[in-house]
Design a protein around this ligand. Structure first.
Ligand code: AMP
Ligand code: ZN
Ligand code: FE
Ligand code: FE
Length: 280
């Protein structure tokens, strides 16, 4: 059955598959339209759009921006971006620069723990990608220090783990503004990450006040009751509903394009309201 997938990572950030690979997988999964949402970069779009043409799949220009929320992260997806916008490029360069400050400091901490790797090892693996912790995790796996991405995060890279270094991050309002300035629609990614003390309704209400347009209701790891709860939040706040797999390839080996862990089904009817909101 045909479907959408509005949350996908490629080799241009921390995914293991190229945009062309992702389009090939999407075609097999009967995905009719998708969004490439790499972290802090739109560099994968030209290849994705080109591959989309040959598969007859619409490629929506997207992005995923990280922001700071108390002592955790909140991710904002952006859809239908004017991706040639000069100011957008300037802002993304700023976010990239913060990564290049942070990554060598993570390497230093790992070295101090007796782990032998260099930033050049990571760059060799990542190429021109927007480099993140999952790349460092893959080098740790290749060198035999850990056996999985999860182990790398639990032992070294996660918040509070031995080699964690915070990255300078924008406030959610700023991430939302960057997307709006490029005529995109900002959407709260994987709201389940925030399921702690504050209600997701209150978070969304606050973010809507600074320009949030939607919420990622359908997501690979959402249980049916979570999907229902987020759908209810979207209705009450008049937010758009989106959904996607958050495919990363080998970094998240249990998640597939289009179908997530098998249960994901992002309805095609969600696309036109999102497009209309971007054109408004
Ligand atoms: P960074 O962009 O360098 O801060 O890395 C964040 C990315 O790492 C997230 O977008 C996820 O793809 C991945 N990630 C974060 N936490 C974990 C975890 N505990 N296990 C596996 N991957 C994770
Ligand atoms: Zn990622
Ligand atoms: Fe995310
Ligand atoms: Fe993501």
């Amino acid at each position: 059955m045909s479907r959408l997938d509005l949350h996908l990572h490629t080799t241009f950030s921390d995914g293991s598959q190229t945009p062309t690979d992702v389009l090939t997988l999407a075609s097999k999964a009967k995905v009719t339209a998708l969004a490439i949402t790499d972290h802090d970069t739109i560099s994968g779009l030209p290849e994705a759009i080109e591959a989309g043409r040959s598969f007859g799949i619409e490629v929506i220009p997207g992005i995923e921006l990280s922001s700071r929320w108390d002592n955790t992260e909140l991710h904002i997806l952006g859809y239908f971006l004017d991706w040639k916008n000069v100011e957008l490029h300037r802002q993304l360069t700023r976010f990239q620069d913060a990564r290049h400050v942070r990554n060598p400091r993570i390497i230093e901490k790992l070295n101090a723990l007796g782990i032998h790797l260099t930033y050049d090892d990571v760059k060799a693996l990542a190429g021109n990608a927007s480099i993140g912790r999952p790349h460092i995790a893959r080098v740790l796996i290749e060198k035999g220090y850990v056996t999985s991405t999860k182990e790398a995060f639990d032992r070294y890279l996660a918040d509070g783990a031995a080699a964690h270094v915070p990255r300078e991050l924008p406030e959610p309002a700023e991430a939302i503004a960057v997307i709006r300035a490029a005529r995109g629609v900002p959407v709260l990614a994987h709201p389940s990450w925030l399921d702690r003390s504050e209600g997701i309704f209150r978070v969304c209400e606050q973010l809507k006040g600074v320009g949030l347009g939607g919420i990622e209701v359908h997501y690979s790891t959402h249980r049916p009751e979570q999907t229902a709860a987020y759908l209810d939040v979207a209705r009450r706040l008049d937010l758009l509903v989106t959904g996607g797999s958050d495919f990363h390839g080998v970094t998240k080996p249990d998640i597939e394009v289009g179908i997530g862990k098998g249960q994901l089904k992002v309805p095609e009817a969600l696309l036109e309201p999102l497009r209309k909101a971007a054109q408004a």
